[in-house]
Design a protein around this ligand. Structure first.
Ligand SMILES: Cc1ncc(COP(=O)(O)O)c(C=O)c1O
Length: 384
């Protein structure tokens, strides 16, 4: 790092990857460090604190610098998957700690907490994401952590982070926000009172469907943060050098990718709302969406590219639509430059409340009209 970032806007910080210039060579791109181990100097001291690949690499640390700057965080840690990041936080809680999570959220994280609950490792309660009274009903001064995911996957309900922060602080609990579908271009949970924000960096942050990564950011460096770092070392969940390099490369264009995905979604969602073959469009950018008012306040840089459409028909019809699109790829994941369509019920099964006629759309950066025509022809052929 040779330049200060604070005076620059986030778009500038992202495009310059936090101002990296290699001191020795002048290279403007951070090199990919693949070494698994690092030689000590003549005084048997570590060089620049590098020791062993499981502790992190200079490439990973540079990506962390970029992310911390974008989130306005004290520090960021990168993990080898989106899921590893929050699980490292949970690992630092005492045995049997009370954790509260949304009843609708990224299902694999919920499955993990249910497993931990069954083993007595934590005690899990749930709340309805858009209903703060349902959170107040289960939180107690003994609660250790509240988990927010907003907008929540795959119904895109919006949770008021600042309001939840007040409730958690009053009960002395930690607040952790999964902001995967609302990257720092639009929401900064730490500024709204969260203790931790994490991302599946696999999604918008990287944006090119070629990295699995997780990012965790904090606004306080304290004993728990040091403990989280130890967990990452002990569990071996650090992000290796090559994906860290790709992540930096992806982040450089985050803001323009985000803006284009938002603009596309704002054309696509109204087009299909009220469409004769569509029962409902769930997208917080729509003025009559139940989450719109809070989203407007909290997603200051756009509503994102994630939406769900519920077809007029059953699961079979929805699957038929997903298999007839030509541009929308029938694949899982989200936040990439290419649009994806997915029948979530096939993935999640009946236990997570996902409607059988729901198709999740991740809107990419293609031409919006091409995407509209693609979905239109798939709906027409599926219904004929
Ligand atoms: C909202 C959300 N959070 C977390 C994750 C987990 O991320 P990863 O697949 O990178 O482990 C996902 C993955 O789809 C997600 O959609």
């Amino acid at each position: 790092m040779t330049r200060k970032n604070a005076k620059y806007a986030p778009e500038t910080i992202a495009s310059h990857a936090a101002g990296y210039i290699d001191e020795t060579t002048g290279a403007v791109i951070a090199p990919i460090h693949l070494a698994s181990t690092y030689a000590r100097d003549a005084d048997y001291e570590l060089r620049d604190n590098n020791t062993y690949g499981r502790y992190g690499t200079p490439t990973c640390h540079q990506a962390e610098t970029v992310l911390a700057a974008l989130e306005g965080a004290e520090q960021a840690l990168l993990f080898n998957s989106g899921l590893s990041a929050p699980l490292a936080v949970l690992e630092t809680l005492p045995l049997g700690a009370h954790v509260i999570a949304p009843e609708t959220m990224y299902y694999a994280a919920l499955v993990w907490m249910q497993r931990q609950d069954a083993k007595g490792i934590l005690k899990l309660s749930t709340y309805r994401p858009a209903d703060l009274d349902s959170l107040k009903a289960v939180i107690t001064p003994q609660t250790a952590l509240v988990w927010v995911e907003t907008p929540t996957n795959p119904t895109w309900a919006v949770t008021d982070i600042a309001a939840v922060a007040k409730i958690t602080k009053a009960n002395d609990a930690l607040l952790m926000v999964d902001s995967t579908t609302a990257p720092p271009c639009t929401t900064k949970p730490l500024e709204l009172g969260a203790d931790y924000v994490f991302h599946s960096a696999t999604k918008y942050l990287n944006g090119h469907s070629d990295v699995i990564a997780g990012a965790l950011c904090t606004n306080a460096i304290n004993d728990r943060w040091e403990d989280i770092k130890s967990v990452r070392i002990l569990q071996g969940t650090v992000l290796p050098g090559f994906p860290a390099y790709l992540l930096i490369r992806g982040i450089r264009t985050l803001y323009i990718r985000w803006d284009k995905a938002c603009a596309n979604a704002m054309k696509i969602a109204p087009y299909f709302a009220g469409h004769p073959m569509i029962e409902a469009v769930q997208y917080p950018g729509l003025p009559d969406d139940p989450g719109h008012a809070i989203a407007k306040k909290q997603m200051t840089g756009g509503f994102g590219g994630m939406m769900s459409i519920r077809v007029k028909g059953d699961a079979d019809l929805a699957i038929k639509v997903a298999s007839l699109t030509k541009l929308f790829l029938p694949a899982t994941s989200l936040g990439g430059v290419e649009s994806l369509i997915e029948h979530r019920y096939t993935v999640e099964g009946p236990d997570f409340g996902t409607a059988p006629n729901l198709l999740r759309l991740s809107i990419g950066i293609e031409d919006a009209d091409d995407l509209i025509h693609d979905l239109e022809q798939a709906l027409t052929r599926a219904n004929s």
